[in-house]
Design a protein around this ligand. Sequence first.
Ligand SMILES: [Zn+2]
Length: 273
Amino acid sequence: MPELPEVEVVRRGLQSSLTGRTIRSAEARVPALRWPLPPALDACLRGARVQEVLRRGKYLLLRLDRGWLIVHLGMSGTLRFLRQPEPPQRHDHVDLVFEHGVLRLRDPRRFGALLWHPAQAGAPWAHPLLAGLGVEPLSDAFDGALLHRALRGRRVAIKLLLLAGTVVVGVGNIYASESLFRAGILPGTPAGRISRARCERLAAAIRATLTQAIERGGSSLRDFVGTGGECGHFQLECLVYGRAGQPCRNCGTPIRSRMQQQRATYWCPRCQH
Ligand SMILES: [Zn+2]
């Protein structure tokens, strides 16, 4: 599933290929993804100009001169910008046609979303999908003090709390395991027992992990690609994720793994405690 780094890689691709460009037409080939697509998509978007492309959590926000297009890639969605025309394949559900190419949304499992938020409805931050999201991990607001306050009194395992996205957004399964390893914290540690000093380390580890993943173009574990069709390479540099039984890159101890609420968790029993 695309996580924050992958969505940020897509955002950067869209920002550079679409900013200042005008939508000539829009075509939806299915009535709905996770939710119904805007009924009059073409009428809604035709002639609209892209002003900027933002991200909130794993939502992409295309600010047009008449409103916002809110896009989520779901489990397996991709957004590619095709400079040369290509016939749509089976799971290519939405095309936005620009004068210099086509933005194509492919979503085999249809867990993604494409929603229209008109300018009259105000800024999109209060949209029900966005209002309850935790702090952005790469923003100045996210630090050890905030994390420590948010974890106080919580008995849930730290990894599960990170995955929930209510404290900090976008730390998905790969990045939660990687960040906890870097911070030296066992994934099953009750969140409220993590000291302020360790929260500082964890906040720094989350930032560093996500930043490195964005620089590597994200992780292409299944079929993630950027807007130009390029794969990400972060998965090749993972310290613990997907490395069960292999030696820890720090101490040589075999990496362990177990399922934590249906998600595979990886850790080093020596480096993390
Ligand atoms: Zn180790």
